[in-house]
Design a protein around this ligand. Structure first.
Ligand code: BG6
Ligand code: MG
Length: 242
């Protein structure tokens, strides 16, 4: 559960950001690389199916795509398919730079720092370190956990719990920022609050009263207009001059 004092007041101490689709537009590059692979293999794949790939690991993403395949792929063939997709994806990252940072992301990280909160990136992607370096975001965070450091990807809470540990912050004091429904579920499983953006915000709005509510704490289309800072500021109770 999120951290509250005796009066029920929340105490927010850290922000944990997903990377692809939250800070950087690389979610679109993932889609294009998978689409190319699926087209080459004659497997139906579109943006609706792609929503299920958000936040999940490379091999789990491949399994979802192969649900629509008419033929079976051996374990070795699956490994080769995943490697091929990663090759397409990594090629598309060659020119990646700060222009790929999503609206409001950089300003949010700067503003959150001024609030005195700790900040981490927690991504299922093994390519996260490279993306953080190329976009110049790397140095802005106190810690980063990526796909090579975890055994279970979202909706498992592992990546967020590792990030909280690296920040020496209890899960209940963390807010996770996510574009993936699997990421919101992972945050919930970790006992953290979640701030849904983009795709997860749309799903949260559509399913808020349904049988399967996404259940984000707050949501916004993206990080522009100081949306995250406005949401967390009332719950920050730490000295500003750390
Ligand atoms: C996540 C993306 O951040 O990383 C997923 O949302 C992706 O779509 C996953 O499958 C793994 O990425 P990579 O770079 O290790 O293949
Ligand atoms: Mg994402």
């Amino acid at each position: 559960m999120a951290k509250q004092d005796e009066s029920g007041q929340l105490h927010i101490r850290a922000i944990i950001y997903d990377l692809d689709g939250v800070l950087v537009s690389t979610d679109e590059y993932h889609f294009r690389a998978w689409k190319r692979l699926a087209d080459e293999e004659g497997i139906p794949f579109d943006r609706t199916i792609n929503e299920r790939l958000r936040g999940v690991s490379r091999m789990e993403s491949l399994s979802i795509i192969l649900e629509r395949s008419t033929r079976k792929y051996s374990r070795e063939e699956q490994r080769q398919l995943a490697e091929r997709k990663n090759g397409y994806y990594v090629d598309s990252l060659s020119d990646l730079g700060p222009e790929a940072i999503l609206p409001g992301a950089r300003e949010t990280v700067d503003a959150v720092h001024l609030l005195g909160l700790k900040q981490a990136v927690a991504s299922s992607s093994k390519n996260a370190p490279r993306i953080l370096e190329q976009t110049g975001l790397s140095e802005l965070f106190d810690s980063a956990v990526d796909g090579s450091m975890i055994s279970h990807s979202k909706p498992d809470p592992e990546v967020f719990l590792k990030a909280a540990e690296a920040l020496s912050t209890e899960p209940g004091g963390c807010v996770v920022v996510e574009d993936a429904v699997s990421g919101i579920q992972a945050a919930k499983a970790a006992g953290m609050l979640s701030f849904a953006v983009a795709s997860a915000a749309r799903a949260d709005e559509e399913r808020q009263d349904g049988d399967n509510p996404v259940g984000a704490w707050k949501r916004a289309p993206d990080l522009s207009d100081n949306a995250l800072v406005k949401a967390v500021e009332p719950f920050v109770h730490i000295p500003q001059n750390r």
